[in-house]
Design a protein around this ligand. Structure first.
Ligand SMILES: NC(=O)c1ccc[n+]([C@@H]2O[C@H](COP(=O)([O-])OP(=O)(O)OC[C@H]3O[C@@H](n4cnc5c(N)ncnc54)[C@H](O)[C@@H]3O)[C@@H](O)[C@H]2O)c1
Length: 357
């Protein structure tokens, strides 16, 4: 199966592309390269289970808003991950978030349909549930609280309406990811708290730690994508499925405590209650039902141990941890501030997209 992975130069893309390639998928990447400079270390150091250490796919350097049907001809499936990937970015540039994450994603899907691509696996997010009492499942009402989450919900709605006999979108509502990746992000909760523990010897939370955050390892997301691509068309046609594991439904306080177990010489400190209202506990029954072969292999303690091992192996410094290379908001602010990206996040000069700035 020939698969195009958009966002292949991102945190998850750098895991998913080799994971699928190692399992026999013919993988091509597509990415505009916002975070190309953010390379942490090779897969050899991370010791991921892809068996393709250092391998990267041939990659089309393209903004999804500029993609044409011609670019997509010949692919059997698209795994779409190329979006602005968190709430702070969405807050910085609200309208551009809609431009890329909603309209750009719908444009990509329209081109895919025109090009005869039959499968479209979309990386949605559990953040569509927003703030919810009790445990939510795929049938629960959506309550997206941010531009980022609203876009995810709108893409799900619009692509579902496009589904027909020849076009099958699938929506993976991923929990918050964790774990080591060659293109590391330190702006997601476990990677952040464990990095703080390593470089500063404190686990300093900016909130009181009360919100619930289901977590999932990036390699378990890769596994779910593999399941979606391998499943019968009828199983995945317009399927919405939460990706994660019940035992990884934790409060931020629980997550900090597991980090403290792994980095025992650190002080844990709390901040005031967070203005960020997101809090949700998620039911992961459906993924086990529709993909019986899926089983989340990583719990949070194992993730913290993996991160500890990698930080030690590469001697992670405070400079790298706090640098723009691994924090999405800082890198985009830098690229705009230096005139390399315009206000709509298009490159000022096409050559910059391949330069790894
Ligand atoms: N990481 C998580 O915790 C998490 C959880 C749920 C869902 N997701 C979703 O998974 C996807 C990947 O997440 P990630 O953590 O790897 O994010 P990331 O920011 O590391 O990677 C996104 C990639 O997309 C590319 N990109 C962004 N806008 C683009 C555009 N207009 N055209 C072409 N390329 C563009 C970027 O250059 C980057 O390489 C995103 O859609 C994100 O919303 C992530």
């Amino acid at each position: 199966m020939r698969v195009l992975i958009t966002g292949s130069d991102g945190y998850l893309g750098a895991l998913v592309a080799p994971y699928l390639s190692a399992r026999g998928f013919d993988v091509v990447g597509l990415d505009t390269g916002y975070y190309k400079s953010g390379w942490l270390c090779s897969e050899h150091v991370i010791g991921t289970e892809t068996g393709r250490g250092g391998w990267v796919p041939a990659t089309l350097v393209r903004d999804i808003r500029d993609v044409t049907a011609e670019d997509l001809r010949g692919f059997d499936a698209i795994v779409h991950m190329a979006e602005l990937s968190n709430d702070p970015l969405g807050d910085l540039i609200g309208e551009v978030t809609y431009d890329i994450n909603h309209r750009g994603s719908v444009h990509l899907a329209e081109c895919a349909k025109q090009a005869g691509v039959r499968r479209f696996v979309y990386m949605s997010s559990c953040s569509v549930y927003g703030a919810a009492d009790g445990t939510v499942d795929e049938t629960s009402p959506l309550n997206p609280l941010t531009a980022y989450a609203r876009c995810k919900a709108m893409v799900e709605r619009d692509l579902t309406a496009m589904a027909d006999d020849d076009f099958s979108p699938t929506f993976l509502r991923n929990a918050t990811a964790f774990g080591a990746s060659p293109r590391m992000r330190f702006d997601i909760v476990l990677n952040n708290l464990s990095g703080l523990a390593w470089v500063e010897r404190t686990i300093a939370m900016t909130s009181d730690g009360s919100p619930w955050r289901p977590l999932v390892h990036g390699l378990d997301i890769a596994q779910a994508i593999g399941c979606a691509l391998s499943a019968d068309r009828d199983t995945v046609h317009t399927l919405v499925v939460n990706v994660g594991a019940d035992e990884n439904n934790l409060t931020v306080r629980d997550i900090a405590s597991l980090v403290a177990d792994e980095f025992p010489d650190c002080a844990v400190t709390f901040g005031p209650p967070s203005p960020d209202q997101r809090s949700y506990r998620v039911d992961f029954t459906r993924i086990r039902t529709v993909f019986p072969e899926f089983s989340a292999r990583w719990d949070v303690a194992a993730g913290a141990a993996q991160l500890h091992r990698v930080y030690q192996a590469i001697d992670l410094t405070a400079e790298v941890f706090h640098g723009r290379g691994h924090t999405r908001l800082k890198q985009i602010e830098y690229l705009i501030g230096t005139g390399q990206l315009d206000s709509r996040l298009f490159w000022a000069e096409p050559a910059l997209a391949t330069a790894g700035v």
